[in-house]
Design a protein around this ligand. Structure first.
Ligand SMILES: [Mg+2]
Length: 242
């Protein structure tokens, strides 16, 4: 189970220019092609964008931090209850845009079920003001806010996160296979939900945190330096599996 940005794709200034290198895609494909391995993306991106970025067939995808879950052929396996939040997220986008339009370098990304506010290109000094604007919009709508690397996420209040996503995927993909191994890798604060959930419910899981340039504390068992080291790890895993 793999996060995408900062794990498979190096972090870039413009979030919409992030790319998964061809070598990494090959390593993911080598694993996904095996009948005894399931590969799932677990991303804050929408499922469609995460799938497109990785560009490998036969992948499970948990998108929008787990609000979307798709099977390898795009089957929608998410709780249909989440779709009622689309109108609330649309309202949040509409209210937030005028508040941040004067904040240079702030980009609002509507992901239908959640929304992201990217501020990697903005002056870091605006963070408190930006956070105030986000609070002002989210609180009356009952939405929840989380923070990652130069990003605020506005989400429905449902108790769904990368932790619930990996547990749902683990249940689906390992049921009947008590000896199955689970690996999760991610690079950001929201990935810690997945790391904690797996360590608690599947203590034999291998949890990996990619450190990158801006790292925060981790409960992962292992760390890797960057997306390059992650790619080497996937290649090694594919080699061992062969
Ligand atoms: Mg990430």
């Amino acid at each position: 189970m793999l996060d995408v940005d900062g794990t498979l794709a190096p972090i870039v200034e413009m979030f919409d220019r992030a790319l998964v290198p061809a070598e990494t895609r090959r390593a993911v494909a080598a694993l996904a092609d095996r009948s005894d391995v399931h590969v799932a993306l677990v991303s804050g991106r929408s499922a469609a964008v995460a799938r497109r970025m990785v560009g490998v067939s036969n992948l499970w995808v948990a998108g929008n931090h787990g609000f979307e879950i798709e099977g390898p052929n795009g089957e929608d396996l998410a709780d249909p209850g989440v779709y009622r939040y689309r109108a609330v997220i649309a309202a949040a986008v509409e209210r937030l845009e005028p508040l941040v339009s004067a904040m240079h370098g702030v980009i609002v990304e509507n992901k239908a079920i959640t929304l992201s506010v990217h501020w990697r290109l903005a002056d870091p000094a605006i963070a408190p003001e930006l956070r105030d604007a986000i609070d002002q919009v989210s609180q009356p709508l009952g939405l929840r806010i989380t923070e990652g690397k130069r990003i605020f996420e506005i989400r429905p209040p449902a108790l769904i996160d990368k932790g619930t996503a990996v547990l749902a995927l683990a249940e689906r993909l390992t049921s009947g296979h008590d000896d199955a191994s689970i690996v999760f890798a991610g690079d950001d604060v929201t990935d810690e939900d997945a790391i904690r959930a797996l360590r608690q419910h599947h203590p034999r899981s291998v949890t990996v945190r990619i450190l990158g340039e801006e790292s925060s504390p981790t409960e992962a068992e292992f760390t890797l330096r960057d997306t390059h080291a992650m790619r080497q790890f996937l290649e090694e895993l594919a080699r061992v599996r062969r």
